[in-house]
Design a binder for this molecule. Structure first.
Ligand code: ATP
Ligand code: MG
Length: 283
C-alpha cells in the first residue's frame, strides 16, 4: 500500500483525479476526508494544500505526491522528481510595468521585485550576479507595481492575460513548470515496486494522450508511399479488402500532425478515413 498526496482543491485537483481514473484508480471518496482509500490500486490518497505536498513527501508522510514543479522548486525539500505528468503547464516569469524603459539584465540592479517564490527567484538573480531586493508577498502579486509596493514582479503565468490586464510586460522566464510525480527518496522495495507500477500506467496514458487511431482504405499500389509517410508503433497494420487492388491501413498518428498526414494520404488515394480516439497505448 502506498500513500499518494494530491491537491485537495484547486487547479491541479481535477486533472490529477482524471489521470488517476484513466489509470484505473478510483478516488471517489468525499474530499472532506483528509485520507481516503482508493479503488483499483493498493493506495491511500492524502488530500493536502499544494504548498504542503513537497514536505509531506520528503518526510515520508506520503510516499509520493502530485504537485506543480514550481512548488517543489520553491520549497527545496529533498524529493525525487519521478516524472512529468503533462498537465498544469505554467511558467514563473519576470514582468515589468509596460513603460518602465526595461533594457535587459542591467535594469534589475537594485530593483525591488515582488513574488511568492523568493527562493527560486533568489537563485535566479544569484546565478546572474544581480543584486535585487526580493519582496515576498503571498498573493495578488500582479498588483504590486501599480500600488507602489515593487518595481517589478515574478509570478506564475500561463496565458499571460493577467499580466496584460495589469499593465505588465513579461520579460524573462525564471522556471518552466508542470505537474510532476514526486517520490520519497529511499523508499522500501515493496513501495518502490508499487510506485513503478504507477509510473508505468501514467507513462502509457500520457503517451497516448494526443494520439489518434486512424483507419483508411488505400489502393494497394500506393501502399509503400503511404507507409513512408506514417511511422506507426512498429509499422502500420495492413489488412486485405474484399475489393481487388485495395487494402485497409491502420496507424497511430499524433494529433498535431493529423491533418497534414490526412491531406497527403488523400493525395495518395486514401478513402473512407476514420479517426478514432485512442484510449491507451501500452508499449
Ligand atoms: P492550494 O489551496 O492547494 O494551496 P493554490 O491556490 O496554492 O492551491 P492553485 O491556484 O490551485 O494553487 O494552483 C496549483 C498549481 O497549478 C500551481 O502551483 C501551478 O503549478 C499550476 N498552475 C497552472 N497554471 C496556473 C496559473 N495560471 N496560475 C497559477 N497556477 C497555475
Ligand atoms: Mg498553495
Amino acid at each position: 500500500m502506498i500513500r499518494l498526496a494530491i491537491q485537495a482543491k484547486g487547479r491541479l485537483n481535477e486533472e490529477t483525479t482524471a489521470l488517476l481514473a484513466d489509470a484505473g484508480i478510483a478516488v471517489t471518496a468525499g474530499k472532506r476526508k483528509l485520507v481516503a482509500r482508493a479503488g483499483g490500486f493498493p493506495m491511500e490518497v492524502l488530500y493536502l494544500r499544494d504548498d504542503d505536498i513537497p514536505q509531506a513527501v520528503a518526510m515520508g508522510v506520503a510516499d509520493a505526491g502530485i504537485v506543480g514543479w514550481n512548488e517543489v522548486a520553491e520549497r527545496g525539500y529533498d524529493v525525487e522528481r519521478a516524472m512529468n505528468l503533462g498537465f498544469g503547464a505554467c511558467r514563473l516569469s519576470l514582468a515589468v510595468p509596460r513603460d518602465c524603459g526595461y533594457t535587459g539584465d542591467e535594469w534589475w540592479q537594485g530593483r525591488r521585485v515582488a513574488t511568492s517564490y523568493p527562493n527560486v527567484l533568489g537563485r535566479y538573480f544569484g546565478e546572474r550576479g544581480i543584486d535585487v531586493e526580493i519582496h515576498e508577498i503571498a498573493g495578488s502579486v500582479e498588483i504590486a507595481p501599480a500600488v507602489g509596493m515593487a518595481d517589478a514582479i515574478c509570478d506564475i503565468v500561463s496565458s499571460g492575460g493577467t499580466l496584460v490586464q495589469n499593465g505588465l510586460r513579461e520579460v524573462a522566464t525564471v522556471l518552466q513548470s508542470e505537474a510532476v510525480l514526486i517520490v520519497t527518496p529511499g523508499l522500501g522495495e515493496e513501495k518502490r515496486a508499487e510506485v513503478e507500477k504507477l509510473k508505468f500506467r501514467f507513462g502509457s496514458i500520457i503517451e497516448s494522450r494526443g494520439m489518434k487511431y486512424v483507419l483508411m482504405n488505400l489502393p494497394q499500389e500506393r501502399l509503400d508511399e503511404a507507409i513512408a509517410l506514417l511511422p506507426g508503433m512498429r509499422s502500420p497494420t495492413v489488412l486485405p479488402l474484399a475489393a481487388q487492388g485495395w487494402c485497409s491501413l491502420h496507424v497511430v498518428i499524433a494529433e498535431g500532425e493529423l491533418w497534414e498526414k490526412i491531406e497527403r494520404l488523400k493525395q495518395l488515394g486514401a478513402e473512407g478515413i476514420l479517426v478514432l480516439a485512442l484510449e491507451n497505448m501500452i508499449r
